[in-house]
Design a protein around this ligand. Structure first.
Ligand SMILES: *Cc1c(COP(=O)(O)O)cnc(C)c1O
Length: 456
């Protein structure tokens, strides 16, 4: 029964694990990068054996081989995709959560954890001016958050149209052509039609644009029923915020669900400087924001918030005799509000940092990243080799390298990582290759941007 005994050998390993964690937290991490399966096979060999490698040897293998084959997403010059920049406190508290065997699915089992998570969710709901009865749950990521919200939207629509369900051939979801890939994925999983609407010339989706697309669609599809419209508050590619107010107004008129996907962008609600960019958010029926993206929390946490959580519970609660003791419970069970049952109390690292530092620090960290993005845009405009695509609304700075073809972008990106300078991957806009800096890390300084730009 050696596995569950805290003996001297385990104690020694515990110190080594904590020491490794402290060193990783304390120092600037190396950028590192992937290796091929063959290289890793050669370096790591077969790790799963009948007798085991022993704790120390397995830890060394992780430190020297496996960790070095993972890019450090919190590196100040990791600007690809959407990086992560957890605060020191949130990372430290993740160790505590890992050691504590917390069950975050029900009040009965995890009341203290759920209470704390709910206060963190309350903070986000208040920043969005949502009503007092609003609430939700931390789920794994924006993909599950969007899907869970849209499943509720359809459930509500099914109930509303319950007397004529046999006349509805297909349910329809409306979103911008620039919306995140997870919206398409949600539509596929739910087997609903996705009506993609082309945004205006600035990339912004508006209510009137949705309305004309819907009217045109209805002409040829009279037996389809629209159940929700999704606005994006901070598109992943360019950081563009849709016109929440006019889309919300249209949703209200049409009596359909209004969901706001703010996985990246809604983090900026936390600073008074940027909060006003999201006028109209208060009209939504549900929204998501990923603290693991731009709210300084470790992977993985998406805050999913509903205006009326009772509707979400009706759609998502799992019923079985072995779950009855939970259902009688009138308290808040996080499992009831998304597609999941067992859940890690994944909002706790975010909560701990927020509670310990206070919300003002979040506004300051947010403003710092916004300022770095502004300065990056200014540097790009000064550089004759580069062309800024649009003035950044949030902290994504997109630009072209004049004269380069797709292959050159990729070669440059590969070399930047190989030289361990930074991680910036090519993207595309209007089928033209572009580069983008996604700046979510208060550690990223203008000097980091300059170092990357010097290679262009
Ligand atoms: C990242 C992102 C998502 C998906 O979130 P995950 O946490 O990666 O699942 C959804 N929508 C937008 C706008 C995003 O930027």
């Amino acid at each position: 029964m050696a596995m569950h005994q805290f003996d001297d050998e385990v104690e020694k390993l515990a110190h080594q694990v904590l020491e490794y964690s402290l060193v990783r937290l304390k120092n600037d991490p190396p950028l590192d990068g992937p290796k091929s399966p063959e290289e890793l096979e050669k370096l790591a060999g077969q790790t799963i054996t009948a007798k085991g490698l022993g704790g120390e040897k397995t830890l060394t293998l992780f430190k020297d081989v496996l960790a070095r084959a993972c890019i450090s997403t919190d590196h100040p010059r990791y600007l690809a995709f959407i990086p992560s920049a957890p605060s020191e406190y949130s990372n430290l508290f993740d160790l505590v959560v890992g050691a504590s065997a917390l069950y975050g699915g029900s009040w009965l089992e995890g009341a203290g954890a759920v209470f704390a998570e709910n206060q963190a969710l309350r903070w986000l709901a208040d920043l969005a001016n949502m009503p007092k009865q609003s609430g939700g749950v931390f789920v794994q990521g924006g993909t599950i958050g969007n899907l869970s919200a849209l499943v509720v939207a359809r459930d509500v629509a099914r109930k509303k149209h319950k007397d004529r369900l046999d006349q509805i051939r297909r349910w329809v979801l409306v979103a911008s052509a620039e919306s995140h890939a997870s919206i398409k994925s949600s539509a596929d999983v739910m087997d609903v039609h996705l009506l993609l609407v082309k945004p205006n010339q600035d990339g912004v989706l508006t209510g009137p644009l949705c309305e004309s697309a819907i009217n045109e669609f209805k002409l040829t599809n009279p037996d389809c029923e629209i159940f929700a419209v999704v606005a994006t508050a901070g598109s992943t590619n360019l950081g563009i915020i849709d016109d929440l107010k006019s889309i919300g107004t249209l949703a209200k008129q049409m009596e359909i669900w209004f969901h706001v996907d703010g996985a990246y962008g809604l983090a900026a609600l936390c600073s008074p400087t940027t909060q006003k960019l999201f006028t109209g958010i208060e009209m939504c029926d549900s929204f998501i924001v990923d603290p693991h993206k731009w709210l300084f929390a470790p992977f993985d946490a998406c805050a999913l918030i509903y205006r009326n959580p009772r509707l979400a519970k009706q759609a998502h609660i799992q019923k079985a005799s072995y779950l009855d003791p939970l259902e009688e419970d009138k308290e808040w069970n996080p499992s009831d509000y998304a597609i999941h049952l067992t859940r890690r109390a994944r909002g706790l690292p975010f909560w701990f940092s927020l509670a310990a530092h206070g919300t003002d620090e979040y506004a300051k960290a947010m403003d710092k990243t916004m300022e770095t993005a502004k300065q990056a845009a200014a540097l790009i405009k000064q550089n004759p080799n580069l062309k800024l695509l649009i003035e950044p609304q949030l902290s994504i700075v997109a630009f072209e390298r004049i004269g380069w073809k797709s292959a050159q972008y990729q070669e440059w990106s590969d070399k930047l990582l190989k030289d361990q300078i930074g991680f910036v991957t090519p993207s595309a806009h209007n089928r033209k290759p572009i580069l983008r800096f996604a700046i979510v890390n208060p550690w990223t300084n203008v000097s980091d941007i300059e170092e990357i730009l010097a290679t262009l």
